[in-house]
Design a protein around this ligand. Structure first.
Ligand code: 13P
Length: 247
C-alpha cells in the first residue's frame, strides 16, 4: 500500500476576522502544486466567505469542532451539516483545548466523528498526552487509549486522519524529539491497523504542537508522520507556506 497523501492543516483557533481572508488568499496563491493536501480551519463564522474565496483552488476549508447531533436545542453549537453547507470539507475533532476546556471525553469525540461522517465531512481526530502523563511514562498508553475510544467503527473505509498533539507542546515552543514523535506515531499506526485492518494504513497521522518553518522539515520527514496540524504558524501566510513546502 502506498503512503497516505500528506495533509497540512492550519488551525486558526479563535483568531481572525474578515481582514484575515486576505491571508487565506495569500496561502491559496502560494501553495502551487505542492504534493500535500492543504487545509485552513478558521473560526466557523469565516468558513463560508473563505470557502467562496478559495473555491476551485487547492486549499480546503475546515471547521474546528462540530456537534454530535445533527440539529436541535443546543444553544451556541454548530452541526456538521451547517459546516458542510458553509463549504467546509473537513473538521477537527477532540482537540485538547476542547477535551480540557469543555470536558469532551473520548465517547463525545467518537459521537462527533459519527456526526461529521453523516454530514460528509472528513474528521481530523486529535489525541495527545499531558506533560504529567508523559513524565509518568504513560504517553503511549494514553494516546492509544484515546485512539481506541475516539475513533468510531464507522470510520472504516472513510477518509480521515489522526493528529498527535502532545498537550505540553501546543503553543509552548516545545516539541518532542523526533524519536519520541516516531514512537508515538508508530503506536498510533499499530492501533489503527488493529481497529481498521488494512484501511488503517491509509489514514495520515499528523503531528501538531509548535510546528514552525524551522522544525517542519525534520518533523514532516519522520517515520509515520503524514502531515501537520499547525496552530500559531498557520496565521501568517509566509510561515504556513514554508511549512507546506517542507513536505
Ligand atoms: P501551535 O502550533 O500553536 O503549537 O498549536 C498546535 C495546535 O494546537 C494545532 O491544533
Amino acid at each position: 500500500m502506498t503512503a497516505p497523501t500528506p495533509l497540512i492543516a492550519g488551525n486558526w483557533k479563535m483568531n481572525g476576522t474578515s481582514a484575515s481572508l486576505a491571508e487565506a488568499q495569500a496561502i491559496a496563491e502560494g501553495v502551487g502544486d505542492c504534493p500535500a493536501r492543504v487545509a485552513i480551519c478558521p473560526p466557523s463564522i469565516l468558513i463560508h466567505r473563505m470557502a467562496q474565496a478559495l473555491a476551485g483552488g487547492k486549499v480546503l476549508v475546515g471547521g474546528q469542532d462540530a456537534h454530535w447531533d445533527d440539529a436541535g436545542a443546543f444553544t451556541g453549537d454548530i452541526s456538521g451539516e451547517m459546516l458542510a453547507d458553509a463549504g467546509a470539507k473537513l473538521v477537527i475533532l477532540g482537540h485538547s483545548e476542547r477535551r480540557e476546556g469543555y470536558r469532551e471525553t473520548d465517547e463525545v469525540v467518537a459521537n462527533k466523528a459519527r456526526a461529521a461522517l453523516r454530514a460528509g465531512l472528513e474528521p481530523i481526530v486529535c489525541v495527545g498526552e499531558t506533560l504529567e502523563q508523559r513524565k509518568a511514562g504513560r504517553a503511549l498508553e494514553v494516546v492509544t487509549g484515546q485512539v481506541r475510544g475516539s475513533l468510531p467503527a464507522e470510520l472504516a473505509g472513510q477518509t480521515f486522519s489522526v493528529a498527535y498533539e502532545p498537550v505540553w507542546a501546543i503553543g509552548t515552543g516545545l516539541t518532542p524529539t523526533t524519536p519520541e514523535i516516531e514512537e508515538v506515531h508508530r503506536a498510533i499506526r499499530a492501533t489503527l491497523v488493529e481497529l481498521f485492518g488494512e484501511h488503517g494504513k491509509s489514514a495520515p497521522i499528523l503531528y501538531g504542537g509548535s510546528v514552525k518553518p524551522g522544525n517542519a522539515a525534520e518533523i514532516l520527514h519522520a517515520d509515520e508522520v503524514g502531515g501537520a496540524l499547525v496552530g500559531g504558524a498557520s496565521l501568517k501566510a509566509a510561515d504556513f507556506l514554508a511549512i507546506v513546502r517542507a513536505v
